[in-house]
Write a new protein. Structure first.
Lengths: 441, 253
């Protein structure tokens, strides 16, 4: 077969940030296949130098509006690790809850507004307002409800206010707990309807053996906020060794650095977590997985969206349980803390380095800071989930394109766009952090 | 009446302010009843070069950005700077605290040559801006107000008094009384003292009031024994590109 195909998608839509897809097939042979990351660099790591460690959360939250809570939690974890500060049990519980809400919120946005239009054959959710009004209303309602919970818990979802190094500046009152519980219990009906809708979705058939990476632990809990680093190829190491896992390298066509572990590339995200930690999902999430025909290992990247939906059920149910526990036990308000720039020395400061490794909606996120004995940041490093996935997306593309050469150029373009979207890339995140080397580390 | 065509654009930013639009929930459908969104890359694949109102998020940080924003300005009848990155440079402006070549090398080392970058500018330093929606992120009730004004052809005046005014109405305990530095006294109101209501301090994300009570602020620092450079350092988190405004004014004489 002789066929020439050129796909050049400039500024891929319905993803966060700026990326281009380039495919070049000549005489039926794949010549070139790339995901270019063209986001303008923002130099966050450079900008952090000289700032107080107590400002790191506020600044790094601004890396991404969608996963602001995830960056917040990874940043806090790294800072507290560097300072040698141990958060209270209550604080950890509330942080887990916050992470669940972010996961839920982000996954809902991705499933309904970014992926569903492709599956329903339209360009965006806007035409769906006419054709699928109840679906659009449900999506916006679910998104709003996650947001309302975040508003109560941390002031707002985009750049949370009250989650800081040391704990929370404001803790939910009893009426707040009841209100959040009420919202989440009511969300179950919409979640059920979402599962029914998802059963009707037809995803492209494609699969490629892949190394999946996520947090793992030896406890019964589905690890999101803490754990070791693990992979489906059998890697296991403590979080402080994350550089041995990510092995970053630079390619000229991307302002996001590429990574690899045991093989040419690896994947992070909901599907990776599902494949590594399926046993630890909430029973209701396992039920959902069964109903959707998902059983690990799943190696079709398009099904990351389905894994996200299964995680939505997990996050919702686990959040309800956390809230019920907090309600029964009562919140200890003496733990409310205002740190500011640590003017009052609320938190003892020492020189050191610390690592945060947190599972955010798109996969494992690393923050690392080195601070001096006054708490000033000397060095900073962040490795973003999408940065880790970009290389894997390209490997998928290279395997997929030869399999679909008989399709029209428009169909090929759509399948490629859908593939990239399935990873839910957060490009503005990934392009901010590249190629950071620390002398003497 | 024809619905005005509205397009969203993003430059260097986290896209969180655009997300605030999706966070309206079902009320978004009411807004969409009044306007015709022709472009919104984060959530739509539709594209159009024909629009009346441009809502622009992010700061200008490359020479490519400069050309692109000029084109948008030439097309749009109304241009709204949306969020701190667009209105004051915001967090991106922290880059201007460093030597440009030095910070590029720190982040990209040998790869620095691939990435062209200029000092961070808010939009109004490059093109004329008709409306400002400050905040990191934008405060939704204010955005709705501005949008109404823009669609009705009315002007919107950003409050030019300190966040403290709103903070007092909200009966918060003053951060300075807790021994913590806060930028409320020099920062523009309009956010309903969002952060302080939630127990945190003001970081100055809406920009400085045009005529800050300098002596009053110095008295506060004196009273609470707070070094001036702490406050200046905090101001530089969001407000660094302001220097470029001041320099320009000096230049114009």
């Amino acid at each position: 077969m002789s066929k020439n195909i050129k796909v050049n998608v400039e500024y891929l839509t319905r993803v966060e940030g700026h990326g281009n897809i380039v495919v070049n097939v000549a005489d039926g042979k794949l010549q070139e296949c790339r995901l270019d990351i063209v986001e303008s660099p923002r130099f966050f790591e450079g900008m952090l130098r000289g700032r107080s460690i107590f400002e790191a959360q506020h600044i790094t939250s601004r890396i991404c509006g969608i996963c602001a809570c995830g960056h917040t939690l990874a940043s806090i974890q790294a800072a507290e690790d560097a300072l040698g500060f141990i958060p209270s049990e209550q604080t950890i519980k509330l942080r887990k809850f916050l992470l669940h809400m972010e996961n839920l919120d982000s996954h809902i946005l991705h499933i309904y507004l970014l992926v569903a239009p492709d599956l329903l054959g339209v360009k965006s959710f806007v035409p769906l307002i006419q054709t699928h009004n109840t679906v659009v209303r449900r999506a916006l309602r679910m998104k709003k409800e996650c947001n309302d919970v975040c508003d109560i818990l941390v002031g707002r979802h985009v750049h949370p206010i009250s989650a800081i190094v040391g704990g929370f500046t404001k803790l939910p009152r009893e009426k707040d707990l009841l209100r959040m519980l009420d919202i989440l219990v009511n969300l179950r009906a919409d979640m059920k309807a979402t599962l029914e809708l998802a059963k009707t979705f037809k995803f492209p058939q494609f699969s490629r053996p892949t190394e999946y990476v996520s947090l793992v632990n030896d406890q019964g809990e589905y690890p999101m906020l803490s754990g070791d680093l693990g992979s489906t190829d059998g890697l296991r190491m403590p979080k402080k060794d994350y550089r041995k896992l990510t092995n970053e390298f630079v390619v000229s066509h991307s302002s996001a650095k590429h990574t690899k572990a045991s093989r040419q590339s690896y994947a992070v995200g909901a599907l990776a977590r599902f494949n590594l930690n399926y046993d630890k999902l909430h029973p209701k999430a396992k039920e959902a997985a069964k109903a959707l025909g998902m059983k690990p290992p799943v190696t079709n990247p398009y099904l990351n969206t389905v894994a996200q939906l299964i995680e939505c059920v997990h996050s919702l149910e686990d959040s309800i349980e956390i809230l019920q526990e907090l309600k029964a036990k009562g919140v200890d308000y003496s733990q409310e803390v205002v740190v500011g720039l640590n003017e009052l020395g609320t938190i003892p400061v020492k020189a050191g380095t610390g690592v945060g490794a947190v599972e955010v909606p798109r996969g494992i996120l690393f923050h690392e800071y080195e601070i001096d004995n006054k708490g000033k940041i000397i060095n900073a490093n962040c490795i973003i989930p999408t940065g880790q996935n970009v290389n894997n997306i390209e490997q998928d593309m290279k395997e997929l394109v030869p399999q679909i050469l008989d399709k029209s150029q428009a169909e090929i373009t759509l399948l490629m766009e859908m593939l990239v979207r399935a990873y839910d890339p957060c490009i503005s995140c990934s392009a901010h952090f590249l190629n950071v080397k620390f002398v003497g580390w | 009446m024809r619905k005005p065509k509205v397009a969203f654009f993003d430059f260097s930013c986290c896209e969180g302010c655009q997300l605030q639009v999706a966070n309206f929930g079902e009320a978004l459908l009411d807004i969409l009843g009044l306007i015709d969104v022709v472009m919104f890359r984060e959530v739509m694949s539709e594209k159009s070069d024909n629009y009346d109102v441009a809502i622009v998020e992010g700061s200008i940080t490359t020479s490519h950005d400069v050309e692109r924003i000029k084109k948008i300005r030439a097309t749009a009848k109304v241009l709204i700077a949306y969020g701190s990155c667009a209105t004051i440079g915001g967090i991106n402006g922290m880059k201007n605290n460093f030597d440009l070549e030095d910070i590029k090398k720190y982040v990209y080392q040998d790869g620095a040559k691939y990435f062209e970058s200029i000092s961070t500018h808010p939009l109004h330093q490059i093109v004329k801006v008709d409306y400002f929606v400050h905040g990191c992120p934008v405060y939704q009730p204010e955005f709705v107000k501005v949008l109404k004004c823009a669609l009705a052809g009315l002007s919107y005046v950003v409050p030019d008094y300190a966040v403290c005014v709103e903070c007092r109405f909200n009966e918060n305990v003053c951060m300075y009384d807790k021994g913590i530095t806060c930028l409320g006294p020099v920062t523009r109101a309009g956010c309903n003292s969002w952060c302080i209501n939630n127990g945190n301090i003001c970081y100055g994300c809406r920009g400085m009031v045009s005529n800050p009570a300098k002596n009053g602020q110095m008295d506060i620092l004196e009273k609470y024994k707070i070094p001036l450079d702490w406050v200046q350092n905090k101001m530089n988190m969001y407000n660094k590109p302001r220097e470029l405004d001041i320099n320009e004014q000096k230049h114009k004489g």
